[in-house]
Design a protein around this ligand. Structure first.
Ligand code: PDD
Length: 286
């Protein structure tokens, strides 16, 4: 496949950076994953806005305007079309602080950021029938990451360790709760639950990523007349929910039927999910 590195397109296998890059040494960077289907990106504006905010938060000058990011995305999609025949293409963008000559914690001045992008195949859009969708099972753990989870940092070891705990438990993801026992998000997704027909998802703060899929889903659900609120819920609430869903750029709205060995609802994908995924599909390109 074809990658983008510091202004140039090249085969991914030829893209090389220095081991002195601060992304490598410190995880000092910001990233995004943008889904595209048949060339159409989902939530492009949300993704580039969040990236701009993340870069600002860590004092890296955004190397490109939204229009330039749009061009890079379009080029990566078109250059990779022959390699990814399904046309379900995720675009990864990564901006690290850049390559220094020494290893020193403070932000160096006058170095140029390293900008990397590549394309990869993502799952096709979720099926709309509850009998066709593959449900998730998840683990449940106390969140042991840092206090700045709203920043989409490339320092992902905390997330990786939580995700791996799920894999080791034979499930697909790990949902996280804070010190008060309140659900925040999952290691690579946001979390929704349904109780008595009402949908809820935790409100935004420093404990979770402001997911673009989450934001699109909330709007889509409202437009479809579903009841959705941004409210905290506990891990007990989650285990007693009628339905649990995960959202992310690669998973869209994914139903969960088991949390930490507890069956959710009747153990099958729920009716509200069917309404939710239909609403999401009809809204996601708007
Ligand atoms: N993960 N929370 C975390 C910790 C995430 O890493 C992600 C995304 C989300 C969902 O955000 P969005 O809807 O904007 O994709 C929530 C990406 C896809 C990843 O790391 O691969």
């Amino acid at each position: 496949t074809i990658a983008f590195l510091n202004g140039e397109y090249m085969p991914l296998s030829e893209a090389k950076i220095s081991p002195m890059d601060r992304g490598f040494l410190f995880g000092d960077g910001i990233y995004e994953v943008i889904p595209t289907y048949a060339g159409n990106p989902v939530g492009f504006k949300g993704h580039t806005t969040r990236m701009a905010q993340g870069l600002e938060a860590i004092e890296i000058t955004n190397p490109y305007t939204a229009e330039q990011w749009q061009d890079i995305l379009s080029n990566l999609v078109s250059k990779n079309q022959t390699f990814i025949e399904s046309g379900n293409i995720g675009v990864y963008f990564h901006v690290s602080r850049g390559t220094d000559t020494k290893r020193f914690h403070a932000y160096p001045k006058h170095i140029a950021p390293t900008v990397f992008g590549f394309a990869f195949e993502i799952a096709p859009p979720q099926p709309t029938s509850k009998t066709d969708v593959k449900p998730f099972k998840v683990a449940l753990q106390q969140d042991k990451r840092w206090q700045r989870c709203h920043i989409k940092s490339t320092s992902l070891l905390g997330n990786v360790m939580h995700y791996q705990a799920g894999v080791d438990a034979g499930v697909n993801e790990t949902i996280l709760y804070n010190g008060d026992g309140m659900i925040t998000e999952a290691s690579s997704c946001n979390v929704f639950m349904v109780k008595d027909g009402a949908i809820s998802t935790p409100p935004l703060n420093h404990e979770l990523l402001p997911g673009i899929t989450r934001a699109i889903a909330i709007e889509a659900f409202k437009q479809a007349g579903l009841v959705v609120t941004e409210t905290w819920f506990s891990k007990e609430d989650l285990l007693n929910a009628d339905e649990v869903w995960l959202t992310s750029s690669s998973k869209e709205v994914a139903p969960v039927v088991e949390v930490d060995g507890h069956v959710i609802g009747n153990g099958e994908v729920g009716d509200v999910w069917e309404k939710a995924i239909a609403a999401y599909h009809s809204y996601k390109f708007k």
